[in-house]
Design a binder for this molecule. Sequence first.
Ligand SMILES: NC(=O)c1ccc[n+]([C@@H]2O[C@H](COP(=O)([O-])OP(=O)(O)OC[C@H]3O[C@@H](n4cnc5c(N)ncnc54)[C@H](OP(=O)(O)O)[C@@H]3O)[C@@H](O)[C@H]2O)c1
Length: 249
Amino acid sequence: MHDLSGRRALFVGGSSGMGLAAARLFHKLGAEVILAGRSASRLDAARQSLGDAGSAATLAFDITDDDAVNEALSHLPAGGIDHLVITAASVTHGPFASQPVTELRAMFDTKFWGAYGLARAALPSLRDGGSIILLSGVLSRRPGINCAALGAACAAIEALTRGLALELGPRLRVNCIAPGMVRTELHDRIPLARREAMFQTTGSSLPVGRIGRPEEIAQAVLLAATSGYMTGHVLDMDGGHMVRQYATR
Ligand SMILES: NC(=O)c1ccc[n+]([C@@H]2O[C@H](COP(=O)([O-])OP(=O)(O)OC[C@H]3O[C@@H](n4cnc5c(N)ncnc54)[C@H](OP(=O)(O)O)[C@@H]3O)[C@@H](O)[C@H]2O)c1
């Protein structure tokens, strides 16, 4: 087991899903954890769910608002952070021919430009030897119908990962986790019966026979944070989505 005592990590998107699962794992291993997202009440609930081992703080801001990002970062504890984990995103999908471009631009504003701006703004706060961990998605390389723009946003994050790893090394390492479908609050807006059917259909098409759990992605975030020889890497955590059969079994 890793001992993360003395390390401090900021999880932007840490109030739910994979960000919260990763924060929970880091917290359990002794890291000082800071959770960020837009909703202060969700952050407070997430902080309380971590229990009382170690310490946890929260910062409420919108990743697309540069002023709010800078203001929030100014409240980081003295000495900065070791790891910046960015899972925040509002994603959308729809038919290429009819989905409003304004919706797609808004998605890029969170998923890509949000991560880009936040990583840049946080540079002075990242301690030497630290790391940045971004989240893309298998759609970057394995397309889905109605997901062309989301796939492009994921691919942009992966390209950013490689570019930043080159430019920010050796002071910092930069890696990316590319999840397949994972059961998180991201899917809550889909009506329950349809959502469960989607999870079941997708899961049964995968070599592992099920969709992912946030805790499994958290393990990958931990690997990226603690592996000193890993940078510029995109780690697929997808239950075998990349090698799945094109017809269901
Ligand atoms: N779940 C999947 O199946 C799946 C698959 C592939 C890739 N991914 C990617 O993995 C990442 C994490 O997904 P998830 O499933 O863990 O999502 P999630 O459960 O919906 O969590 C998203 C987090 O981001 C925060 N957030 C959203 N918009 C924000 C903004 N503008 N500024 C600041 N915080 C914001 C949310 O809190 P507030 O709403 O309070 O701001 C929440 O804490 C995303 O990039 C997603 O695209 C997910």
